[in-house]
Design a protein. Structure first.
Length: 269
């Protein structure tokens, strides 16, 4: 794993003992870039809790179908349940993954409340879910094969955890690009390791065009500033149509973001 910067203190709480490396894009999503010695055990526990919600939950089957490397190969699902609708009745099937419809669900949020200026209380508003088909069979094929009329789709909603995962990618990428001392305020920090549920204030989506196809071998990250607030744009799996935005924090005096991203803006699977 390429270490893009050695930090030497926890990027969340500044502890200096027993530090671990911190992935920018999670390893479970194929992320390669690592901040060296950047997270203490207590903070790592907190961040892996919400990442686990997303990565072991809704994305587990998709990760398996895509063949993304895992440290826990034995946990990889080999079968998937499907519910078809046949003669107006539900028909339950238990299929090997390679014969099942596998969805990669990506949540579409409202714009970050901080950027849109809308009223905001807590949590994060989901506008919709973009479902990308990543299995070896399409929903139409499965439906036809079983003489059914439809396929029931069930996607669990771990929106806050998904939003926190986006914020963690954005924050670690900002630290990698600008250094830990670049931000005088880290807006997302309380939502990452505190008990504050204000993730929708800082994280959201920007829908930039018609639904695009998935490019499975890359994630794209970029930074910009608005009034010295650092905004990170994140396109997971190269989805050109769905970009996440995270208002990471406010630049300290004299600090800037680099004109050229120091990391390759893609992380291959
Ligand atoms: Zn810490």
């Amino acid at each position: 794993m390429p270490v893009v910067a050695q930090i030497g203190q926890c990027i969340y709480c500044h502890a200096t003992n027993d530090l671990r490396d911190e992935h920018i894009v999670p390893f479970a999503l194929g992320g390669q870039w690592v901040l060296g010695k950047a997270s203490c055990p207590a903070c790592a526990d907190k961040t892996s809790a919400f990442e686990g919600d997303v990565l072991r939950g809704e994305l587990l089957m998709a990760r398996s179908a895509l063949g993304i490397k895992t440290r826990h190969a034995k946990d990889r699902p080999t079968r998937k349940k499907a519910v078809l609708i046949r003669d107006s009745q539900p028909l339950e099937l238990d299929l090997p993954v390679n014969q099942a419809v596998v969805e990669l669900p990506l949540m579409e949020f409202e714009m970050p409340a901080y950027l849109s200026g809308r009223r905001y209380a807590s949590g994060i508003s989901v506008k919709g879910i973009r479902v990308y088909n990543v299995g070896q069979i399409t929903p139409e094929e499965l439906v036809r094969e079983h003489g059914a009329s439809g396929l029931q789709l069930t996607i669990s909603n771990k929106a806050v955890s998904f939003g926190r995962m986006i914020a963690k990618i954005a924050y670690t990428y900002t630290v990698a690009s600008c250094g830990l001392d670049a931000l005088e305020v880290v807006y997302v920090l309380p939502a990452l390791v505190g008990d504050v549920d204000d993730i929708g204030m800082w994280v959201g989506s920007e829908v930039s065009g018609p639904r695009g196809s998935l490019r499975l071998n890359q994630h794209r990250l970029a930074l910009k500033t608005i009034n010295r607030d650092v905004i990170c744009g994140i396109q997971l799996f190269g989805t050109s149509s769905l970009k996440y935005l995270c208002v990471v924090g406010h630049l300290a005096p004299g600090k800037t973001i680099p004109a050229e991203a120091p990391l390759a803006m893609r992380s291959s699977l």
